[in-house]
Design a protein around this ligand. Structure first.
Ligand SMILES: [Ca+2]
Length: 421
């Protein structure tokens, strides 16, 4: 299978440079001091530095293309939020990793969760993750969640669940599909015809990574289901021996972003490599996205994941990062508040190059053939891990940080914003 992008892609393999590890260690230590130095680093119990508090603001920033934008804190008081969903009318549902679904009504966070789910949270890639409304939510009030379900022997089974919004609480929450993946990040989204796409992440280390290539395991796959959790006949591997019928694409690591490209109808996925090789991929049926056989990344200890980042029959990423920015949620911008940003992809990042306090958003610009022609980092100076970014119906961008004391931010044009400045 050949990628429709391969013919226009020419990647040069970087030459392998012999290096002295001690020099790199000193370099990263100095970088680390510089990154944390201004505010001083306060360490949380899990040895993750506590970032400076996001100021009340509003803060204003000058960006490229004559954009001046304002960042406001919508609410504080969240703990490791993972995803958000806008209810009709503008209230916002937010998941927190520890298993709580929260609601922000008219800009005010309700102290009482609207649902609590029993989740396994023994690892940072565990807990309650995504939340998505059914495409016909107005009629059926259905809400989809992904989480790690506790299982024997420290199992954290990646699970798809569904509940019903009764106007006040999320009720009747039931598992729709419990995967066989014992660990991993998970997103869910719907396409235009109403089929559901469900990302099941894989083990982050080399030991079990080949599970992502095994079509009989859910680990490291994107699955496609009907809205009731059953398998559609149109799936690419239905009826093929040796393949689970729910598999839509394979060869993924951990996908923390999944969004429909509203201009093409394709699914775009952001995927974390290890300390290099984060990717954005366009997800097509039956394709193999290569992990861990091909990657531009390096393992955390330094060696390359693969000597050759191409192989026939495996997709090259559309966008990739070396070093990693620890890609998280992402969205296309379609609103009218920032005309210069229309059609751009916004990707969240938790940290860059394994250095604490380097979280950010990246705005990625494409040409008419969906080839990258620009990339702009944003919000670096806040020093927050960015977990999620979504566009509201109001045309503003909403951003969740991933911290013990996390915030929901809103990005809107600064009052002095003008196209003709
Ligand atoms: Ca890949």
């Amino acid at each position: 299978m050949t990628s429709r992008f391969r013919s226009s892609s020419r990647f040069e393999r970087p030459s392998r440079v012999e290096h002295a590890p001690i020099v790199y260690r000193i370099f990263y230590f100095v970088l680390f001091l510089v990154a944390g130095g201004y505010h001083g680093i306060v360490w949380a119990q899990d040895r993750r530095p506590i970032p400076p508090q996001v100021p009340d603001g509003p803060l204003e920033f000058d960006a490229a293309e004559n954009v001046r934008f304002r960042v406001e804190v919508v609410t504080r008081g969240l703990s490791h939020p993972w995803a958000l969903a806008f209810l009709p009318g503008g209230d916002i549902l937010v998941t927190e990793r520890a298993g709580r679904v929260r609601i922000i009504r008219k800009g005010v966070l309700d102290p009482v969760p609207v649902a609590t789910i029993d989740v396994a949270t023994t690892f940072t890639l565990s807990g309650l993750m995504d939340i998505v409304l059914h495409p016909r939510f107005a009629e059926n009030k259905l809400v989809y969640l992904t989480y790690n379900k506790p299982a024997p022997n420290n199992g954290r089974m990646v699970t798809l669940a569904r509940g019903r919004w009764n106007g006040n609480k999320l009720v009747d929450i039931q598992d729709l599909f419990v995967s066989d993946a014992r660990i991993g990040a998970s997103r869910v989204a719907f396409d235009r015809p109403g089929f559901l796409y469900w990302v099941v992440g894989g083990p982050p280390g080399p030991a079990d990574a080949m599970a992502s290539q095994d079509p009989m395991q859910h680990t490291g796959k994107i699955l496609s289901l009907r809205d009731d959790g059953t398998v559609p006949e149109s799936n690419p591997f239905v009826g093929r021996a040796g393949y689970k019928p729910e598999v839509f694409s394979l060869g993924h690591r951990n996908s923390l972003g999944l969004t429909l490209n509203p201009m093409t109808g394709d699914f775009w996925e952001s995927e974390q490599g290890p300390q290099g090789g984060d990717e954005v991929n366009i997800i097509l049926p039956g394709r193999n996205y290569g992990w861990p056989i091909v990657s531009f990344g390096r393992w955390y200890e330094g060696p390359r994941v693969s000597d050759n980042p191409y192989r026939d029959g495996m997709e090259l990423p559309l966008v990739y990062w070396v070093p990693s920015i620890a890609t998280s949620g992402m969205t296309f911008y379609t609103g009218d508040k920032f005309p210069q940003w229309k059609g751009n992809l916004f990707v969240g990042g938790l940290q860059q190059g394994r250095i604490p306090l380097t979280g950010q958003i990246q705005r990625i610009v494409f040409n008419a053939r969906w080839e990258e022609i620009g990339r702009e980092p944003m919000l670096n100076s806040l020093k927050q891990r960015i977990r999620e970014i979504r566009e509201g119906a109001d045309g503003f961008l909403y951003v969740l940080t991933d911290e013990d004391a996390a915030v929901l931010l809103r990005i809107q044009p600064a009052p002095s914003h003008s196209l003709n400045r």
